[in-house]
Design a protein around this ligand. Sequence first.
Ligand code: FBP
Length: 553
Amino acid sequence: MQISELQKARYGYKPKLPQALSGELSNIKVELGEATGAVSDEEELRQIFKKTFGKPVASFSAGKGNLTSKQRNVGVILSGGQAPGGHNVIAGLFDGLKKDNVSSRLLGFAGGPSGLIENKFIEITPDLINEYRNTGGFDMIGSGRTKIETKEQFAAALETANKNKLDAVVIIGGDDSNTNAALLAEYFEEHGASTSVIGCPKTIDGDLKNSYIETSFGFDTAVKTYSELIGNIMRDSNSAKKYWHFIRLMGRAASHIALEAALQTHPNICLISEEIEEKRISLSQIVEQFALAICKRAEKGENFGVALIPEGLVEFIPEMKKLISEINDIIAVKSAEFAVKDSFEAQRDFLQKNISGESFAVFDSIPLEIAKQLLFDRDSHGNVQVSRIETEKLIIGMLEEKLKKLKKDGVYKGSFSALGHFFGYEGRAAAPSNFDADYCYSLGFSAFVLIAAGLTGYISSVRGLVKPAERWSAGGIPLTMMMNLEKRHGAKKPVIKKALVELNGKPFKSFEAARDKWSVETSFVYPGAIQYYGPSVVCDATTITLRLEHEVK
Ligand code: FBP
């Protein structure tokens, strides 16, 4: 592998740790608080998690230490989509383990949770970890979306843990993977295993957050990368003054990425899926909103602009949501029958017979390419893969029709040339910002401290993130504390509650207050590339979302 000069320089970056974790291990004191509850459905959850429900919140401080020091074998798993900083979580965990006992071993399970089930791993050595410090991607050990759900899979995971004499398994993942971590912790306890399970909050989508998890790692870097690209497009658009750019941004369900990118760059339009759902705005109303802004700008002679569209939008537009849910259900129930429909026409006939007339009319009204994308393979949870649905093209197509009509009616006199973009994968594996490099390293180190404190069923929690890293506070919270019951495939299941954009939260309110101005005036901001070296105010800044949600005035 050829290594760039920047990457070589980044190998030398020393991630910052909260003060409580930066001294001798013998000076780390773990304190346990009161017993905890859950988001809701406490009684049912208590029955499901008989051994692990209700544990106390753990916090770390500098003082007379109470960690157990010994040689340990620990396994680590990267689960789900890539997020910048994953390698630093592993580095923090590795350094904690080795600082305690150089003979401790860290096994990286290959390709996600399936590595644990199939006992496939590589041992993480000092040379290997040094090659990946402060780098993006998950390529050191790979990732995957396998869910540990069958009895056989749980038993195989236990067998791997026993065979390798694992003291702990650390699962680095999003809401689903951490739900899985909670179930695994319970299973290990139930079977008298001496392996603990610790989670770490990962996902660029930013939807794994609550009062103890201020942000998931990777969000900061991914959104800064997208904002740089959006800013570049804005500058191009403002130079040539001839294109409207429609940019779809990743975020499978929540619109946190689109909202933060809007706060960073001030686009003419940014849709927020949660608002579309709450106000029950239809697809044609969305197109009307777009057309209005385009007409107003055209009146000022500005036939260009930039619009941001969250990836998950289609599932939040009421009529599309209904259509997708009916398609998901019928494909799940009649999977064998659907699988043999080998042409779009055959699939369309199948839908006509099996979904409501209302939803079929919606299906038939959308452009053919998009209709085909709605029928692509489902993910492992039976959901449509929104990253493969080109919503920006859907909106551009409908807008072209609408503007043609408005022109005919003499309402619109401008010219409309549109370009579509999708920013997703290019931000997920970016080299972590200083914030993510520090945050991830601290999360990994905290995971080690939770293990050394003999805890299981916890997620690593680092807080106070708008302060300098040295003043962050670290600890762990019980995974069950973030849970409730939700309906999945017809049955109620314990899950970690997804944090969507709150319409009364400060980030949305701040966007709402500015968006009318942005829609007509050219108010673009060009954030530029992530800076690793230079003044702290530039290099260590967090996201605007974090600042608005947590900054103490
Ligand atoms: P995680 O929730 O696993 O972090 O992944 C999120 C995400 O990056 C979404 O933004 C996107 O919709 C999805 O992954 C794409 O999935 P895949 O990697 O399977 O194409």
